[in-house]
Design a protein around this ligand. Structure first.
Ligand SMILES: Cc1cc2nc3c(=O)[nH]c(=O)nc-3n(C[C@H](O)[C@H](O)[C@H](O)COP(=O)(O)OP(=O)(O)OC[C@H]3O[C@@H](n4cnc5c(N)ncnc54)[C@H](O)[C@@H]3O)c2cc1C
Length: 389
């Protein structure tokens, strides 16, 4: 299938990687290392317009220097990233170089609309640019496409502006305004600090459901392992993954300590309703506000997998490592315990090891059905990776 053409026929490949963020590119790298050819043996499908995964959409004021702990992709260091440039630019350019260096042949923009049971034990990957029939699926679609907005009574009647962090661009947009920031995560803390810089909001109010816990001790490796183990435990039970901050607490960096000392991070309990002009609490207190900024996080973008019925009664997808327990042809990367740049790298490696074993054994027993359509000639075979991993 031509990257630019609309193709009605079904194209066969061994593996489809959906999403070309940290997790998808890591998986593609390990697939190549395992000897699979990009564009023929496996395809990487991504609906974003450019390289960079979700990083390309992050607000411009989230500079590379402010993003904490962005781990390089496997096999190629992220060197010389200017800490004053937006992360979107630094990481986007790096991902672009990476895709080229390893000739990963990401097809974009290709939107995967649905993955469903195909013929002969294969999976059918339906997109706006044609259909693929594959033996295994590495899903790495992240969370950016599913911002989470809770509902509060009166929300629809608010006369000010409401936005989610996904739509935030810069503090200057809020100059002179009173902004209520909702949410107890790292994004809320970073945006509160930014909104309180000169030229930002006239006033901010921070509301969270639970009192925030600031962690002064360093996030060392042992602590990191215990956090991942706790998130992993929930995912193994088929429960929705917890937010990382609910497990780690908030990092009390120098800037955060300073902001706390200045009263910028004084927290109020959650309001219980929204009025036309602001927010109100159960004790009758009310505040006028111009803006409600929902820093309420994201959910895993898995809607396209709905036909496979992977969810458990607990609401999550039960995983063993990265493998979906209900369907061993499917792996979720960047989900739950692997939802960090370092976790995504590891998930790519683990999943590819298992997928190789699955492909070597011929995969799950074929189900009776008509033979799959003959494959069209796809992209030419890719040369071996040019950089060592
Ligand atoms: C504001 C913010 C800051 C963060 N900062 C850090 C940090 O400093 N360090 C850190 O380790 N982690 C950080 N994280 C977590 C971070 O998101 C992950 O670590 C990592 O970047 C996620 O990579 P990913 O590959 O799982 O997902 P993404 O980068 O989201 O990539 C998913 C890709 O899948 C594509 N996609 C989605 N659905 C479809 C579909 N149906 N069809 C085709 N393509 C699809 C998307 O377009 C995207 O390109 C941050 C998260 C946020 C929200």
């Amino acid at each position: 299938m031509e990257a630019g053409g609309v193709e009605a026929d079904v194209v066969e490949a061994d593996v489809a990687v959906v999403g070309a963020g940290q997790a998808g590119l890591s998986a593609a790298y390990f697939l190549r290392r395992a000897g699979l050819r990009a564009g023929t043996d496996f395809v990487v499908l991504d609906h974003a317009p450019r390289p960079g995964g979700a990083w390309q959409f992050r607000w411009p004021s989230l500079t590379y220097g402010k993003a904490h702990g962005v781990h390089a992709l496997p096999g190629m260091e992220l060197e010389g990233g200017d800490p004053d440039l937006p992360s979107s630019q630094v990481v986007g350019a790096y991902f672009g170089r990476y895709e080229e260096a390893f000739d990963l042949r990401v097809l974009r923009p290709v939107d995967v609309a649905a993955v469903r049971e195909g013929d002969a034990g294969r999976l059918r990957v339906e997109t706006d640019r044609g259909t693929w029939s594959v033996r295994a699926l590495l899903n790495a679609t992240g969370t950016w496409d599913r911002p989470f907005l809770p509902y509060y009574p009166g929300q629809e009647g608010f006369l000010g502006r409401q936005l989610h962090t996904a739509g935030y661009r810069s503090a200057a947009e809020f100059a002179g305004l009173h902004v209520v920031v909702v949410g107890g995560g790292t994004s809320a803390v970073q945006l509160l600090m930014e909104l309180n810089e000169p030229g930002g909001a006239a006033r901010t109010t921070w509301v969270t459901r639970r009192p925030p816990v600031f962690r002064d001790t360093p996030f060392d490796e042992e602590w990191g392992r215990s956090v991942v183990a706790r998130v992993d435990d929930r995912v193994r039970q088929g429960l929705p993954p917890q937010s990382v901050v609910s497990v780690t607490g908030l990092a009390a960096t120098g800037a955060v300590r300073d902001a706390r000392a200045r009263g910028v991070l004084r927290r109020e309990p959650m309001f219980d309703r929204i009025t036309p002009h602001g927010v109100a609490w159960p004790d009758g207190r009310a505040l006028d506000a111009d803006v409600i900024l929902w820093a309420t996080g994201f959910r895993a973008a898995l809607d396209h997998l709905a036909p496979l019925r992977l969810r458990e009664a607990g609401g999550g997808v039960r995983l063993d490592g990265t493998r979906v327990v209900r369907d061993p042809r499917v792996h979720l990367l960047g989900y739950g315990p692997s939802a960090s740049t370092i976790g995504a790298n590891r998930a790519g490696r683990t999943a590819v090891r298992e997928i190789r074993a699955l492909l070597a054994t011929g995969g799950p027993a074929p189900r009776p059905g008509p033979p799959a359509a003959r494959p069209k000639a796809p992209l030419p075979p890719a040369p071996l990776p040019v950089a060592a991993g």
